[in-house]
Design a protein around this ligand. Structure first.
Ligand code: ADP
Ligand code: ASP
Ligand code: MG
Length: 447
């Protein structure tokens, strides 16, 4: 069985939904199709939720109506058969009324998750009805029936596996299963989600649960590129990349993949193929185990980083000091991304500043604290084993005029990362593209 995940743009218009259907029915292989909300919908739902939180009911109602009108216009063009249209219309009315009903109740945190879930619920329903209209049989399975997360928001792997295998084994004649990405249920049995961009994670979790032969991530670009195409003009699709390299890039900002989405696939050694819905003939990128090592595979950047420096002449490097610092972050449920130490100071970075006031207060007991924000981590992934000559010089030679705040190297064989001001990020990505991928850039210029 294979998994095919289609992102927001892939299901974002009538024409695109038809393209997705063509890809899904192209062969007889058994598959689970994971769909995102149509592009822009989760943002709109987030806006509606924010407006409700602020008790701005008028504007929230208007946004709900605009969204409903958008969906209505889509079903008018998507369906030719009246019964299919009517079923879609009834389904949309249900979701429209559900959103409207939240206007009448006291807004609580759990309502945000319910609102956000509507995008994936609608797109999967529409797709299933469309397959039905074109005479392709499929089964819609609800992510709420198997996708469970634990108290830390992490997938409950064993439960998911048991529930999903049970569902599938009860429908042995089904060749095409359809389910929602992103959404799940938490330990309280409430609707929850896997965080923004989470449909990739759903696909990978499902793939691992059922031991899929391949996980395909269908998106709006022809694979993972060597650099961020949103900020660099001359980027090119990578043919293959290892799990570790892809995981580093996803974690450090390559938006094409949800930060955690590689882990379940890697654990089960399931190849992940990234493909372009709008150019299915393009090779795409294969993430797998047996890649030919490449010194520098790709570059990514992660924004909204805050650096914290703790200076202490008395205690630093004393036995147990770092442990005490880490405990402060642990207690405040804040992950540390990068860390560097010197004789008199420790610098570290975080991207979640939810508890930063408490963290600073507690760290003040250890020494003086300096905070720096609006920073970006630049991540370089490749075969970066520390015994190889010239790697660091080739990287930093291109960045002679860029101030660098922190450098992290040697933590793994696949990653070198450093911290710059976000205002320098685009320049850095472009300089690295010219400096590290000049052969590739030359090749593009020949066309
Ligand atoms: P989807 O809706 O299909 O999940 P996303 O918007 O989440 O798609 O991810 C695809 C986008 O990721 C691309 O359109 C591209 O702009 C961006 N992106 C960022 N870094 C990379 C990269 N290294 N390679 C390819 N795409 C990237
Ligand atoms: N619809 C969700 C989002 O926009 C999940 C996803 O697209 O992966 O974040
Ligand atoms: Mg995405």
């Amino acid at each position: 069985m294979i998994i095919l995940k289609f992102g927001g743009t892939s299901v974002g218009t009538v024409e695109n939904i038809k393209k997705v259907a063509k890809i899904v029915v192209a062969n007889d292989e058994s598959k689970i199709v994971v769909l995102s909300a149509m592009s822009g919908v989760t943002n709109t739902l987030q806006k509606i939720s924010n407006l409700l939180y602020l008790k701005n009911y008028e504007e929230a109602k208007l946004e709900i109506q605009i969204l409903n009108n958008k969906y209505k216009s889509i079903i008018q063009r998507l369906f030719n058969v009246e019964t299919s249209f009517n079923k879609a219309d009834v389904m949309l009315t249900y979701h429209y009324n559900l959103l409207l009903s939240i206007l009448d109740i006291e807004f609580e945190e759990k309502h945000e998750k319910i609102i956000l879930a509507q995008g994936e619920l609608v797109s999967t329903n529409l797709f299933q009805l469309f397959l039905e209209e074109i005479g392709e049989s499929s089964s819609l399975i609800s992510a709420f029936d198997f996708m469970k997360i634990d108290i830390n928001g992490e997938p409950e792997v064993q439960t998911i596996e048991n529930k999903l295998l049970n569902i599938i084994s009860n429908r042995l004649d089904t060749k095409i299963f359809i389910t929602q990405g992103f959404i799940c249920k938490n330990t309280k049995g409430e609707i929850d989600n896997l965080k923004r961009g989470g449909s990739d994670y759903t696909a990978s979790i499902i793939g691992a649960a059922i031991d899929a032969t391949q996980i395909q991530i269908w998106t709006d670009i022809d694979g993972m590129h060597n650099n961020d195409p949103r900020f660099v003009d001359q980027t090119i699709s990578i043919d293959e990349i290892s799990y570790d390299e892809a995981a580093e890039l996803a974690y450090f900002g390559a938006k094409i993949l949800h930060p955690q989405s590689i882990i379940p696939a890697k654990e089960k050694n399931i190849p992940v193929l990234i493909k372009n819905t709008f150019k299915p003939e393009a090779k795409g990128t294969l993430i797998h185990h047996n890649t030919v090592p490449k010194r520098i595979r790709a570059v990514a950047a992660k924004d909204n980083i805050t650096a914290i420096k703790i200076k202490s002449y008395r205690m630093l490097m004393a036995y147990g000091f770092l442990k005490k610092i880490f405990e402060v972050f642990d207690k405040n449920q804040t992950a540390i991304d990068m860390i560097t130490t010197s004789e008199v100071a420790v610098s570290l970075t975080i991207d979640n500043i939810h508890n930063i006031d408490k963290i600073i207060q507690e760290l003040k007991g250890f020494g003086s604290i300096e905070i720096d924000s609006e920073l970006s981590i630049i991540c370089i992934a490749g075969d970066l084993a520390q015994n190889k000559k010239g790697i660091t010089s080739s990287i930093f030679n291109c960045l002679k005029n860029i101030p660098i705040r922190m450098i992290s190297y040697g933590g793994s064989n696949h990653n070198l990362s450093f911290l710059v001001k976000t205002s320098d990020k685009i320049a850095v990505l472009n300089l690295l593209n010219k400096g590290l991928f000049h052969n590739l850039v030359k090749k593009i210029n020949l066309f």
